[in-house]
Design a protein around this ligand. Structure first.
Ligand code: GUN
Length: 288
């Protein structure tokens, strides 16, 4: 079997077009529009690329983008003050603090200082709790992007066996929760899992998010499985996924490439979260 490629770039463009339509409508009706603040501390090269892509996505959708660049040695207090100020600003509906932050800054404290209603990354413990309870408005962008890829490729989730490689707060755990809420039977594997191949071979849907280049080999995949590669590893200066694409493409029925798979979806879903946050905040304002 040779897998069909899931084109994340095309699907993400479709989602951004849907958002752009809604925002065009808002402008036509004389409404305010969503605003996204992106805060970048330092000049990590990968983060600079992410931030540039987020700005481009804002331009494509009509979301107003506000960028805050702060020096690598910015005191934590100054970053907290910036966030408090953005929390109050009515033009800003979403706040994203680009990670990783410099070592001297307490990341947990910073993420908790973001107004949960503006937490478009869904990293605030309150939003993570809501995700566990399946009552969340804002959803983690990468995980929501994975679900969209599956839905828009007509992959049935209900009743299927999903295996997630990786247990991070940003991808592994929320993806497992969201697939479970969609009635998949979910297993999370990680660096200490014994006999990992035995488990991955049972997966109808296999999500690789461990950060080890080309970890998933052909023999680890069931014939006809759907394989989602979240990996973004630099290998010989090339972006390489967690899946050995050339091997796995021969076993899977559907597979995401790297680049052009999950990556663009994360940004599209960030735009959607910003629109969702805007609508919720606007609704509250109108009730006042
Ligand atoms: N750094 C890498 N990916 C992300 C992300 O999705 N959100 C934030 N805030 N920082 C990141």
């Amino acid at each position: 079997m040779t897998a069909e490629i899931i084109d994340g770039k095309r699907i993400s463009t479709q989602i951004k077009e849907e958002i752009a339509e809604e925002i065009k409508d808002l402008r036509k009706r004389g409404s305010s529009v969503p605003g996204l603040a992106v805060v970048l501390v330092g000049d990590d090269p990968a983060s600079l690329i992410y931030v540039r892509n987020k700005k481009k996505a804002c331009e494509a959708t009509g979301i107003e983008s506000f960028e805050y660049r702060m020096g690598h040695h910015t005191p934590q207090e100054d970053l907290l003050k910036t966030i408090q100020w953005l929390n109050q600003d009515e033009k800003i509906h979403g706040i994203l603090v680009q990670l990783p932050l410099p070592k001297d800054i307490d990341t947990g404290l910073i993420l908790e200082s973001i107004n949960p209603e503006k937490d478009v990354d869904c990293f605030h413990p309150q939003n993570m709790g809501k995700l566990v309870a399946n009552t969340a408005h804002l959803v983690p962008c990468t995980s929501a992007g994975i679900i969209e890829l599956l839905d828009r490729s007509d992959v049935k989730i209900k009743g299927k066996r999903a295996v997630i490689l990786g247990r991070s707060n940003i991808v592994g755990k929320p993806t497992a929760l969201m697939l479970m809420h969609r009635h998949a039977t979910v297993t999370i594997c990680h660096s200490r899992t014994e006999d990992i191949e035995k488990i991955t071979r049972e997966a109808d849907i296999l999500v690789a998010a461990i950060g080890v280049p080309r970890f998933v080999k052909g023999e680890m995949v069931k014939d006809g499985a759907v394989v989602i590669d979240v990996g973004m590893n630099r290998l010989d200066n090339k972006l390489t996924g967690d899946v050995d694409f050339d091997e796995v493409v021969k076993k899977a029925s559907l597979i995401t490439p790297v680049p052009g798979g999950v990556g663009p979806m994360t940004i599209a879903l960030l735009m959607r979260n910003t629109l969702t946050a805007f609508k919720k905040q606007l609704g509250k304002e109108n009730q006042r």
